[in-house]
Design a protein around this ligand. Structure first.
Ligand SMILES: [Cu+2]
Length: 234
């Protein structure tokens, strides 16, 4: 089952590369085995008339048809890979439209979050509520330590750092972004499966780097609205 749209994107690209690599390998190694058997040295066999001779320029060999076929096949394969790769890059870099979740009669939320790396924890600030900070901690299971997001919404993250270089990543979602001080990087995802997923720092940032872990909790929309009301709005 799909965990996030980016994970589906990543898996599709991975398998596109893998299947093409397998197809090319089968053809190359298959032909190699056939030619090794067909042209093996047998008793009574003689050198072909155009065999290379040490000290002499080799005679041109091959056929135009073979050259055109191999160049065309390579071009087709590379074109498929380039289109697949640029399609994924386009999805990753394009910013989705803000959502509009009705939290209460007077409060709406647009699915944007500011993520800030610190030595050695992550802070999360939901757009419109700068004074309410969620601080991720590996051992804390309280609502104020959990980075909650609604299921099946386009979540937009602005990632930065308060001190040194960090790297924010949710590997189950296949999303990562560098967190630099004084600079904001953008990533987004759409989480499709409810559950808890691990957030980790992927840039060695000091002695506490390995503990720079937090939890992202993907909730059904109704549960997210009540969590947001009780944890962020109040
Ligand atoms: Cu770090």
């Amino acid at each position: 089952m799909a965990i996030s749209n980016m994970q589906v994107q990543f898996d599709n690209l991975f398998w596109l590369f893998t299947y093409l690599a397998i197809a090319v390998s089968v053809v190359v190694f298959g032909l190699m085995v056939i030619f090794i058997i067909k042209y093996r040295d047998r008793s009574g066999s003689s050198e072909p008339h155009d065999a290379p001779i040490l000290g002499h320029l080799p005679v041109a060999r091959g056929h135009a048809r073979t050259a055109i076929l191999t160049v065309s096949l390579s071009t087709i394969i590379l074109t498929v890979l380039i289109i697949g790769s640029f399609g994924s890059i386009d999805t990753i870099l394009s910013s989705p439209a803000p959502c509009n979740i009705q939290i209460s009669h007077s409060v709406t939320y647009n699915c944007s979050v500011l993520v800030t790396g610190h030595r050695f924890y992550w802070d999360f600030n939901y757009a419109g509520f700068p004074n309410r900070t969620i601080t991720g901690a590996p051992s804390c299971q309280q609502a104020i330590c959990i980075f909650a997001v609604p299921q099946s919404e386009d979540i937009r993250l602005n990632v930065t750092s308060a001190d040194v270089f960090h790297n924010f990543g949710v590997i189950a979602f296949k999303v990562k972004a560098d967190a630099y001080p004084g600079h904001v990087n953008f990533i987004w995802f759409n989480a499709e499966t409810i559950g808890n997923y691990t957030i980790q720092c992927y840039e060695l940032c000091g002695p506490g780097h390995a503990t720079m872990i937090a939890t992202i909790d993907v909730m059904p929309l109704g549960q997210f609205v009540s969590w947001f009301n009780s944890t962020i709005v109040q």
